[in-house]
Ligand binder design. Structure first.
Ligand SMILES: Nc1ncnc2c1ncn2[C@@H]1O[C@H](COP(=O)(O)OP(=O)(O)O)[C@@H](O)[C@H]1O
Ligand SMILES: [Mg+2]
Length: 246
């Protein structure tokens, strides 16, 4: 099942919470170095899939291989080899920018000499020079978002999972964030990102649409539009979601 050019392979991944099936036999592959967009309405199951792929939530059934490791049996190795930016950013608001970076560096077990370099890199990438002593809670959302990305990348993971990173972020910060994502993939990092914004889906190499826990479409934005003979991704999704609801 594992192929060398795939960063992630998912087969029949399922998660039940009691009687409720939140993720229903989902299968897909993510190529190394691509931007993989995970789309779907609120409650579709996106975060549940991400948490299973990050080794944070056990699956009910099915398999997945992430960065060469099995999520069911090697969750510790999975965690060490990926970066995860959660939907809520999970930064400490009552710590300064620098304190958050030091804290997350410690969590990843990065030695202090290397950590200095990584923190400088993250500060430059996030454009937070001269702001390192500000309280994180006082930062505008766009800056918090870039700080959260910097924290998720301190250990240089090959794969990074971004769960709705641009929710509530202004358009200029969103654009800047997507430029960062492109820089990362140009350097070979695989980016797995969920979004509500269809204009952002257009920046992805491959997109998957999840509806009520099931995968209902997969392909490049162009392939999906051509396949349904429509002009926009919005039309593709309206078509698919209506079909599923029938
Ligand atoms: N720990 C949980 N216990 C019970 N239900 C859950 C739990 N986590 C998520 N769910 C449910 O699973 C479904 C998918 O949730 P989620 O993965 O957060 O969706 P999304 O990220 O696409 O908005 C939702 O109906 C949600 O209420
Ligand atoms: Mg979610």
């Amino acid at each position: 099942m594992i192929q060398n050019d795939h960063a992630i392979t998912v087969e029949n991944l399922t998660k039940k919470f009691g009687d409720f099936t939140a993720v229903d036999k989902v299968s897909f592959r993510v190529k190394e170095g691509e931007i993989f967009g995970f789309l779907g309405a609120n409650g579709a199951g996106k975060t549940t899939v991400i948490r299973m792929l990050c080794g944070l939530l056990t699956s009910t059934s099915g398999n997945a291989n992430v960065a060469g490791y099995d999520i069911n049996t090697q969750s510790e190795q999975v965690k060490r080899n990926i970066g995860y930016m959660s939907q809520k950013f999970s930064l400490y608001n009552d710590l300064t920018v620098m304190e958050n970076l030091l804290f997350f560096g410690g969590v990843y077990g990065i030695t202090s000499k290397i950590l200095q370099d990584r923190i400088s890199w993250a500060i430059d990438m996030a454009g937070l020079q001269d702001r390192t002593s500000l309280l994180t809670g006082s930062l505008p959302v766009g800056w918090k978002q870039r700080l959260a990305l910097g924290c998720a990348l301190l250990h240089r993971p090959k794969i990074v999972f971004l769960d709705e990173p641009t929710g509530g972020v202004d358009p200029i910060s969103r654009r800047r964030f997507w430029e960062l994502i492109h820089t990362l993939t140009n350097e070979g990092t695989t980016v797995f990102v969920t979004t509500h914004y269809l204009d952002e889906a257009e920046y992805c190499n491959t997109i998957v649409l999840l509806h009520a826990g099931k995968l209902v479409a997969e392909g490049s934005p162009q392939k999906l539009k051509t396949g349904y003979n429509v002009q926009s991704l919005e039309d593709v999704f309206i078509h698919l979601v209506n079909r599923e609801s029938d």
